[in-house]
Design a protein around this ligand. Structure first.
Ligand code: CA
Ligand code: CA
Ligand code: CA
Ligand code: CA
Ligand code: CA
Ligand code: CA
Ligand code: CA
Length: 366
């Protein structure tokens, strides 16, 4: 963890970087521009998705409890299904389940008498929530839902999961592209399969997608794409009360759309909220603790050996603080890459070592 003093210095350094970037002329090639903040090299890239144009979208990370170096990255192909990838980027499984948009998972989800690793995704093909269980012994995912779990949405879009420390219950939180949210409790059907029961609805105002719940604190963070990152509460009775963590209009380091958002849990209530600032190809860090002060920004550059290109126009992202083998000793950051180059190829996901992100941010203050 950075000290409080470090955080202040980083905020100043990153603010200056952001101001510098905000002063650069905008043109049609702006989406190729290097983002604000410090540069951090990619380590691995996944195999490209098997669909052209904008197709890779949102990742999740499964930490293998028996062997962390054999953990998996899940990634949606929003034109055709869900991949899982090994940490070397190779494909472990592909499920052609339709236009899956966002994906999240939780281990230890109680479903009747069983405890499963639950994977959930918004499915735009049949306007449902796709529910899968991941077998910890093999890392393979299989259907877990008792029939179609309809959303009632015109276009299911963002999604995240929440497991309450208060009740022990797990929830799927997802939204329509118009920013209308619903929250469903994960329950067991009579057939011991997973079934969803709606417990909450609220609206953020306009298009939103990235969301993440902090199971320890019960907070729910949501990006309204053109507007702001918000703190909501994740319990089903929390209503629509919210606070603004960061507004696009107020922060030069942020450029819409705000897309994916994830939580780096450093333990003891410490850590960061990480958000994709898609419009300037960067990622912004905020303190996990309220009032969620801005900490700094980074962008992802090519790997040191040049074999993996950097990221731009990131949609979904995910992060874990768990050490995943020698390559990711302080955890793993995964970002969708809008432009997979060197050589030009279909879109994919980039894997970055959190240790290098932390080091780059610490160096930036010196
Ligand atoms: Ca995109
Ligand atoms: Ca996700
Ligand atoms: Ca979006
Ligand atoms: Ca926009
Ligand atoms: Ca790239
Ligand atoms: Ca997306
Ligand atoms: Ca590449």
């Amino acid at each position: 963890m950075f000290s409080k003093q470090t955080i202040t210095d980083l905020a100043t350094a990153a603010l200056l970087a952001g101001l510098a970037s905000a002063c650069m002329p905008e043109d049609e090639h702006d989406h190729f521009a290097v983002g604000p903040g410090v540069g951090v090299p990619a380590v691995v890239e996944t195999a490209p998705v098997e669909a052209g144009d904008d197709a890779a979208d949102d990742p999740a990370i499964w930490v293998n409890p028996a062997d962390a170096s054999a953990s998996l990255v899940l990634g949606t192909n929003k034109k055709g299904g869900l991949y899982s990838y090994r940490l070397d980027g190779s494909v472990h499984q592909f499920l052609p389940l339709g236009r899956l948009n966002n994906v999240d998972l939780r281990p230890n989800v109680v479903v009747g008498d069983a405890t499963i690793t639950l994977v959930a995704a918004t499915n735009r093909t049949d306007k449902s929530i796709t529910l899968l269980s991941l077998d910890p012994a093999t890392g393979m995912m299989a259907a877990a839902a008792d029939g179609l779990q309809a959303t009632g949405f015109a276009d299911p879009y963002g999604l995240c999961l929440y497991t309450s420390r208060i009740s022990g219950k797990s929830y799927v939180i997802a939204n329509d592209k118009d920013g209308t949210y619903k929250q469903w409790e994960v329950t067991a059907s009579t057939a011991s399969k997973v079934k969803l029961r709606q417990v909450r609805t609220f609206a953020v105002g306009s298009t939103a997608e990235g969301c993440v719940a902090d199971d320890e604190t019960g907070m729910l963070y949501i990006n309204e794409e053109d507007v702001a990152l918000y703190a909501y509460k994740a319990e089903p009775d929390a209503g629509n009360e919210r606070s603004v963590i960061a507004a696009v209009a107020d922060m030069p380091v942020l450029k819409d759309d705000l897309e994916g958002v994830a939580l780096y849990d450093a333990g003891n209530g410490e850590g960061y909220i990480v958000a994709s600032s898609q419009g300037n190809n960067s990622y912004a860090l905020f303190d996990r603790k309220a009032p969620h002060a801005y900490v700094g920004s980074f962008h992802v550059t090519a790997s040191a050996d040049g074999t993996v290109d950097g990221t731009s126009e990131t949609d979904g992202l995910e992060v874990t603080s768990t050490a995943l083998g020698d390559a990711f000793p302080e955890g793993l950051f995964v970002a969708q890459d809008g432009l997979n180059t060197d050589p030009d190829a279909r879109q994919n996901f980039k894997l970055v070592s959190w240790a290098e992100i932390a080091q780059a941010l610490a160096n930036a203050k010196q």
